[in-house]
Write a protein that binds this ligand. Structure first.
Ligand code: PAF
Length: 288
């Protein structure tokens, strides 16, 4: 049976006696759940006895002019979806419970990985993500935690947080879940008009075709790689997007230094389509 737990103290009391005998997985979310989130929960169920899904729209990861107030809050529908797939606990803390003082005096600084890509336009976002993820790890004390690869930079930052702060937690990365036309599922897709929704799959198509070119060995030098990146940005923009960034990096998000030796890469992009800022990415094994 799925149980909703609205307070931090209740969650601690509930989980404490279970820890000796059972393993616990945490799936952190901000709610407004779609099939991508449910895939995270299903992966968690394969790796632990008990699955806790947190639903918390975390104020510290939103910038001043971002969509904190309008971020979709759909707890009733979320609870039905999680009940249908047999999640054990839904942790729905209040802002006051999570942050008795807001902003809190203690900060998590996510460091250099957080300052590039999304961090260029959202400079405090990943510090807020790091803070809330650290708090959720301390509250739930899970054995495993599941994050989606759609938020590739967030995943890298969480892995770094686990290493830097010595959490004894295994991080599982779940593949991107896509609509039939290739659009990566995201809560922010609902900001798209019907016309924009028809344009939206172009982002994935452009990334996928760049991935094919890289896999076929089209970028034999950094200069050629740059040309392919620029052509891809032009193609995405011409379909109606405004590209925020598109980069090809090593999978730990460091810069590619040499096309001969750096082979396991990732294409990462963020692009505006109307009011929606869409993310996509694809891992690539570069051909020779
Ligand atoms: O990916 C998200 O939904 C959020 O950034 C997370 C990890 C739940 C932290 O608030």
């Amino acid at each position: 049976m799925t149980r909703t737990i609205p307070s931090l103290a209740d969650l601690r009391t509930t989980l404490q006696p279970l820890r000796d005998e059972q393993t616990i997985a945490l799936v952190p979310t901000m709610g407004n759940l779609h099939a991508g989130h449910l895939a995270l929960v299903k992966l968690a169920q394969q790796h632990a006895d008990i699955v806790v899904v947190s639903i918390f729209v975390n104020p510290t990861q939103f910038g001043a002019n971002e969509d904190l107030d309008s971020y979709p809050r759909t707890l009733t529908a979320d609870t039905e979806k999680l009940t249908a797939i047999g999640a054990d606990y839904i942790f729905v803390p209040t802002v006051a419970d999570m942050y008795p003082v807001l902003p809190p005096a203690t900060q998590v600084l996510a460091g250099p990985i957080s300052q590039q890509l999304c961090g260029q336009t959202r400079p405090t976002h990943f510090d807020g993500v790091g803070l809330v993820v650290a708090k959720l790890f301390n509250i739930v004390q899970p054995n495993v935690a599941v994050f989606g690869k759609k938020d590739y930079q967030q995943l890298a930052i969480v892995r770094q947080l686990v290493q830097d702060l010595s959490y004894d937690i295994t991080i599982l990365a779940a593949p991107i879940v896509r609509a039939a036309d290739g659009l990566a599922l995201s809560s922010r897709n609902q900001y798209l008009s019907d016309t924009e929704r028809n344009i939206a799959p172009n982002l994935h198509q452009a990334v996928a075709s760049l991935a094919t070119e890289l896999e076929q060995g089209a970028a034999t030098s950094l200069a050629l790689l740059q040309q392919l990146i620029e052509a891809t940005i032009t193609s995405i923009n011409s379909s109606g997007f405004k590209v925020d960034y598109l980069a090809v990096l090593n999978q730990d998000l460091t810069a590619v230094a040499n096309m001969e030796t750096d082979k396991d890469l990732v294409i990462v992009t963020a692009a505006w389509l109307g009011k929606a800022r869409l993310l996509d990415n694809q891992e690539v094994k570069v051909g020779s």
